[in-house]
Design a protein around this ligand. Structure first.
Ligand SMILES: [Zn+2]
Length: 85
């Protein structure tokens, strides 16, 4: 579930909630059932676009780590065979 930022128009309370798309949680301070949903990029809003981007970055990072590992493995084997031949 994505984490959304909300701001209550009644008491001004700002809060974050994990909610399903389209669900609006009531304000935890005053109980206002219609707080304003904030969509600022810095607010940790997870849209499909940002999630896809993050996933792509994670995949690329994982790929880089794997490459690094393969490289280390090859180095290790090279040194091993060098020492033992
Ligand atoms: Zn409130």
């Amino acid at each position: 579930m994505p984490l959304y930022d909300f701001k209550c128009g009644k008491c001004g309370k700002r809060f974050e909630e994990l909610v399903r798309l389209g669900e609006i949680p009531p304000c935890p301070k005053c109980g206002n059932s219609k707080p304003e949903q904030l969509f600022s990029a810095s607010a940790g809003v997870s849209t499909d676009t940002t999630r896809g981007k993050a996933l792509g970055q994670a995949r690329r990072a994982a790929g880089a780590v794997k490459k690094e590992k393969d490289h280390a493995q090859r180095e290790y084997e090279r040194n091993y065979f060098k020492d033992h031949s």
